[in-house]
Design a protein around this ligand. Structure first.
Ligand code: CP
Ligand code: NVA
Length: 303
């Protein structure tokens, strides 16, 4: 049966854990120089309506390493930029490629795209969610802590797409998640309520970052102005004053706490240079895991 990966909810807990096991295996094989042709001659179309370094490179390199190919389609270079409907594009691409990854600013449009596609569609980030990043985040935590269940996770900053995805993951994987964000920058209310019902008492919002970071095993943040919010950047800088993940905040966390950031990062804004470049930061391993986890995802959806 054909499956899409548009939402963190599209994989069950056990499927996610199996996918991570496979990702760890692919990572170890790659380090031994093994690049099995799992997706020989398969083609992934990638629609990027927003910038990307990690998502593009990891999907493109991953397809090449598995014997397949990826095509980068940006609205400026395709008829999408001249008004061809996304739903028509879904039908056309389905005739030509084996799967499509899409990054844009509308989860609703991605769902419409998938409804019109006859190949698997992957969400490479939307306004609402960033499920591919979750695969890498979960893998990184499991690699470093042995398990994710029961981890005490602190989200500091904007209630953005990353935060929404993390709420879903925390409920699914049994983490305690405390989100510290200023009023007016809360995560999606429906996602929060659903997760709180699924995991009573495990997911909460606070306004003081120190309360969230206290005794946390994992401390995370993301940019204060996501792509598309550039005009709000100044107002957001003011609103998020005091929400920088710095040494003082990390001191309140568990002594073995790790720091995660999906990247790109702004040193001196949401995170201090001393934290992101310090010993508790695992952001390079986290970024690298994008490659392995998405290879496991492509294998799952295409074979
Ligand atoms: N974390 C992430 O998705 O990075 P890119 O925007 O570079 O793809
Ligand atoms: N919240 C950020 C994530 C970038 C990977 C954005 O949407 O721009």
């Amino acid at each position: 049966m054909m499956r899409h990966f548009l939402d963190d909810d599209d994989l069950s807990r056990s499927e996610l854990l199996t996918l991570i096991e496979r990702s760890v295996e692919l990572k170890s094989e790659l380090r031994q120089g093994k690049r099995p042709d799992i997706l020989k001659n398969r083609v992934l179309g990638m629609i990027f309506s927003k910038a990307s370094t990690r998502t593009r490179t990891s999907f493109e390199a991953g397809m090449a390493q598995m014997g397949g190919h990826a095509i980068n389609l940006t609205p400026n270079d395709t008829q999408l930029g001249r008004g061809e409907p996304l739903t028509d594009t879904a039908k056309v691409l389905s005739e030509m490629v084996d799967a499509v990854m899409i990054r844009n600013d509308s989860q609703t449009d991605q769902i419409a795209f998938a409804d019109n596609a006859s190949v698997p569609v992957i969400n490479g980030l939307s306004d609402l969610l960033h499920p591919c990043q979750m695969l890498a985040d979960v893998q990184t935590i499991i690699e470093l802590r042995g398990a994710i269940d029961g981890a005490k996770v602190a989200w500091i900053g904007d209630g953005c797409n990353m935060c929404n995805s993390w709420i879903k993951i925390a409920a699914k994987m049994g983490c305690e998640l405390t989100i510290a964000c200023p009023e007016g920058y809360d995560p999606n209310a429906k996602i929060l309520t659903t997760a709180q019902e699924l995991a009573p008492g495990k997911i909460q919002i606070v306004r003081n970052p120190e309360d969230a970071a206290k005794n946390a095993d994992v401390v995370m943040t993301d940019v204060w102005a996501s792509m598309g919010q550039e005009s709000e950047a100044q107002a957001r800088m003011k609103a998020f004053n005091g929400y920088c993940v710095d040494d003082r905040l990390m001191k309140g966390a568990h002594p073995d706490a790790i720091f995660l950031h999906c990247l790109p990062a702004h040193r001196g804004e949401e995170v201090s240079a001393s934290v992101i470049d310090g010993e508790q930061s695992v952001v390079w391993q986290q970024a690298g895991n994008r490659l392995h986890a998405q290879k496991a995802l492509l294998e799952l959806l295409l074979t």
